[in-house]
Design a protein around this ligand. Structure first.
Ligand code: PLP
Length: 386
């Protein structure tokens, strides 16, 4: 007799029928604008390596040197004996860069969100979340057992109405740059509401950090918001920074509390110190190589004006995330496949990553792209997106 617990064939077949089946390509070599994928060369428009730092010579050299001093593994959690001088220096530099009192490294952004939310909230508390927030913020809410109240995307009136009747301890959480839409959260209003209703505010700036603001300080620099306005700031290092890991920045007390209480901090192995050392160099490059952000903006403007001329279904975004709304999962898969056949790697984003009926191509740009490559993308999009 077959044990029915292990019947995965039926649900897998169902995902295929719904055009929701996901599969991986195998890529050789470093992250770059031209990728070697399954033995073919493809133009990459789906990476989060926005500034092109993932394979930067100085970042790679710092990593290699640090391996010579620290080895590879950190050996333990931060609170045991895994917290190295490289981690510590990176935390201090991230705090200074973000204008926050302190920063705390987490091994991934996913874990940072889970750890922070579940440390700050418990049963009986409330969490207010934008409907388009990243999955890790939703999962953090579930883990905390707080009551999750979602408001329509960026709808601050809806949020205020919900807050007005809330009796419990409350935390507002939002993506800074929405990962599948590319638009910004109404941060000034969020900060205002959080202050007015005595609620906490956590902003996840995975996609803005390094990309937005004159210095690359992200969405809080873009809006000019201090630690007082946005008391809990999360940023990741695996996207624009080109390395790996994440941090939470804020007041001294907040960080001390997280060190004690964030279970995804306490009960996990620290990042390899060499990753922290590489991130320190990325942080330097983010600040000094401002041309990377300027180049990105030029590419984005070029793409948007070309796409507008062709009447392509653009969303309202000025970030390197430029989705084209297709709607139907089957259709977005067909388009993505056609693009692949023509040598363009563009990811098709479907439910449950985005709401039903809003499947899309998620086009992302890197400072490494050339204008001619953006033009080539526009040419093929004109052919395959009708
Ligand atoms: C990528 C992402 C995360 C997760 O960060 P990782 O370091 O990849 O785990 C969290 N939040 C948002 C909005 C993201 O886009």
């Amino acid at each position: 007799m077959q044990n029915s617990f292990y019947n995965f064939a039926d649900p897998l077949e169902q995902l295929k029928q719904q055009s929701l089946y996901r599969s991986r390509c195998v890529q050789e070599g470093p992250q770059a604008v031209v990728l070697n994928l399954d033995g073919r060369q493809l133009l990459n428009f789906c990476s989060n390596d926005y500034l092109g730092l993932a394979n930067h010579p100085a970042v790679c050299a710092a990593f290699q040197q640090a391996v010579n001093s620290y080895g590879v593994g950190s050996g333990a959690a931060h609170l045991i004996c895994g917290h190295s001088t490289a981690h510590h220096a990176l935390e201090e530099e991230l705090a200074a860069f973000t204008g926050r009192s302190r920063a705390l490294l987490f091994s991934t952004g996913y874990m940072a969100n889970l750890g922070v939310i579940s440390a700050l909230l418990g049963r009986g508390d409330s969490l207010f979340a934008d409907r388009l927030n990243h999955a890790s913020l939703v999962d953090g809410a579930l883990l905390s057992r707080a009551r999750l109240q979602r408001y329509a995307h960026a709808d601050m009136d809806a949020l205020q109405t919900q807050l007005a009747t809330c009796q419990s301890k409350a935390l507002l959480v939002s993506d800074g740059v929405f990962s599948m839409d590319g638009d910004l959260a109404p941060l000034e209003k969020l900060a205002h509401l959080a202050a007015q209703y005595q609620a906490g505010l956590l902003i996840d700036d995975a996609h803005g950090f390094g990309v937005l603001g004159a210095q690359g300080g992200g969405v809080v620099e873009h809006f000019g918001l201090s630690q007082q306005d946005v008391p809990i700031l999360m940023g990741t290092l695996g996207k624009a920074f080109g390395t790996f890991g994440a941090f939470v920045a804020g007041a001294d007390d907040l960080i001390e509390f997280l060190i004690q209480k964030a279970r995804t901090y306490v009960f996990t192995t620290a990042l390899p110190p060499a990753v922290a050392a590489a991130s320190r160099v990325s942080l330097q490059l983010v600040q000094t190589e401002t041309w990377r952000r300027e180049k990105l903006q030029q590419l984005i403007l070029r793409f948007r004006s070309g796409a507008e001329q062709q009447g392509l279904p653009l969303l309202d975004s000025f970030t390197p995330i430029q989705p084209l709304l297709i709607g139907d999962s089957e259709r977005v898969m067909a388009i993505s496949k056609q693009l692949l056949a023509l040598g363009f790697l563009v990811s098709a984003i479907r439910p449950p990553t985005v709401p039903a009926g809003t499947a899309r191509l998620r086009i992302t740009f890197s400072a490494q792209h050339q204008e001619s490559q953006v033009d080539a993308l526009l040419d093929v999009l004109a052919k395959v997106v009708r």
